[in-house]
Design a binder for this molecule. Structure first.
Ligand code: TYD
Ligand code: MG
Length: 477
């Protein structure tokens, strides 16, 4: 036996030191280093078996010895992110904040796979089987032939899964609750998380089960415990959303068997997670029936998926010495830049105004392509001129005031056309991509022309015939 000795492991980054330290020199975090017993050294297990390795069957590269190529759950949004279902023998880590819906999604996936046939096991380390059963019943899944366990000791879990038919689909909820006999530290520590994940992944590889591991994330969105688990698995998904809104996004941060730009969209309902095949419709659902100043529809792209969302701005005279700039769902620095460009190149004076910007529906937009939509919403709010109700905006604003082309122009135009938008204000496309579609692409070359366009439309809207027309159609403003 290798004598076990202690080492000191940073719970944030997994770095190992020989002495305890208040600050981890590797990641710079404070009070994250704790003492852990070292696991059995390399060769420990072989030494116990008497020193000799055992031969194992070799497989064909063609996969001929693995009859099933993918385990599809039938939940299209999940299967698509996985790259067309889960690969047998692969391990996938699904991270997300507590309460976001990881357990709900996975029990739904388990039930769907089990109903299609094959052995499906759901191991919860957080809830009792009664609790899991209760949730399944609420979701109408009580009759699905899923095998349940509320266990946390990985040796027992592996032994149980290994007896009987080889499982097709296994969910471990969550890795932070698992612990191994061979490791002396407490559950949830880096060594335990790493050791447990190793044992489970080894089982998946040898049995051919598709393994899904739930991982909690810390406040800053990292999967708690060692980053090494992320390196051990084949795919890492994050399940995101915010508590105040019903939509959830499943993203692949890493995927050995699929594209990482896929995004699955779900809505949390009273009956569990529902797929959202048309996310733009969901995000635009709360839109006012009439055009109101300060709202612009951004034709965005999440991953490889077009997503239309409303960007709302409020520009109001300030009562403060330093005007407020507040933003939800977008980068504050991006807002500051767009405001500076509007002042320098659009001729606007914003120093006496508070500025609020909000991305509707709780979505977080990271694309620079949102610049033009944000600018349009800001100018619209400042001038009081509503933007056309059937127009979308996209384009990146440069510090020079010019509007630059962005990726996926065709995808954005197509989605906007599909949802009934008739005009897209965008940088001049390199090719006439909008031509074949039922949408007119109006090129906007600079911030100055955007401001001029919106201001001109504002004057037009205040003209008598328009006002009469609006009054007739029952719209009051
Ligand atoms: P859960 O799957 O337990 O989250 P996680 O495993 O990521 O911690 O989801 C918990 C939340 O989801 C809880 O606040 C209740 C809500 N929920 C619904 O709104 N509808 C449902 O059908 C279910 C099962 C949960
Ligand atoms: Mg859970």
């Amino acid at each position: 036996m290798v004598k076990s000795r202690s080492s000191y492991v940073c719970q944030n980054c997994g770095a190992i030191t020989q002495r305890w330290q208040g600050k981890c020199e590797s990641c710079g975090e404070w009070n994250t280093i704790i003492e852990e017993a070292a696991a059995l050294g390399i060769g420990g297990a072989a030494a116990r078996r008497g020193g000799a390795g055992r031969p194992f069957p070799l497989e064909d590269l063609s996969g001929a010895s693995r009859p099933e190529l993918r385990v599809a759950t039938g939940i299209a949004e999940l299967d698509r992110v996985a790259g067309g279902g889960f690969v047998p023998g692969s391990a996938t880590l699904i991270g997300g904040e507590p309460g976001i819906g990881k357990s709900t999604l996975l029990i739904q996936a388990c039930a769907a796979v089990a109903r299609a046939g094959g052995r499906v096991i759901y191991v919860s380390g957080e809830e009792s089987t009664a609790q899991v059963r209760l949730r399944a019943a609420r979701l109408g899944l009580a009759d699905a032939p899923v095998q349940l366990a509320a266990q946390t000791l990985v040796e027992d879990i592996v032994a149980t899964m290994g007896s009987g038919d080889a499982p097709r689909f296994v969910v471990i909820d969550s890795i932070q609750t698992m612990w191994s006999d061979a490791i002396e530290s407490a559950p949830g520590t880096v060594s335990q998380v790493r050791g447990s994940a190793q044992a489970l992944i080894r089982f998946a590889k040898s049995s051919g089960a598709a393994l899904l591991i739930v991982g909690h994330v810390t406040k800053d969105g990292q999967i708690a415990g060692p980053r090494v688990v992320e390196h051990m698995v084949d795919a890492v998904f994050s399940f995101e959303g915010d508590g105040a809104h019903a939509f959830r996004l499943l993203r692949a941060a890493k995927n050995r068997f699929g594209a990482t730009d896929e995004v699955g969209v779900f809505e949390m309902t009273g009956a569990g997670l529902a797929e959202v095949p048309n996310p733009s419709a969901l995000f635009l659902a709360g839109r006012d029936g009439r055009a109101s100043p300060g709202a612009a529809v951004f034709a965005g792209v999440e991953g490889a998926r077009p997503l239309l969302v409303e960007i709302q701005a409020l520009v109001a005279p300030t009562t403060l010495g330093t005007p407020r700039r507040a933003v939800v769902g977008w980068e504050p620095s991006r807002l500051a830049m767009v405001l500076a460009v509007l002042e320098s190149h659009g001729g606007l004076k914003l120093g006496q105004y508070d500025v609020y910007l909000n991305v509707a529906g709780g979505l977080k937009v990271a694309e620079p392509a949102a610049d033009l939509a944000a600018a349009a919403a800001l100018v619209s709010s400042l001038t009081g001129a509503a933007l056309p109700h059937d127009a979308v905006y996209f384009g990146e604003i440069a510090l020079s005031g010019s509007v630059r082309a962005v990726a996926h122009t065709g995808l954005r135009l197509k989605e906007a056309a599909k949802l009934g938008f008739t005009t897209a204000f965008a940088p001049a496309p390199p090719r006439a991509e909008g031509e074949s579609m039922r949408i007119a692409a109006k090129p906007i070359a600079s911030v100055a022309s955007l401001v001029a366009l919106i201001a001109a439309a504002g004057v037009e809207a205040k003209s008598v015939p328009r006002a009469v027309e609006r009054a007739r159609s029952g719209v009051t403003n």
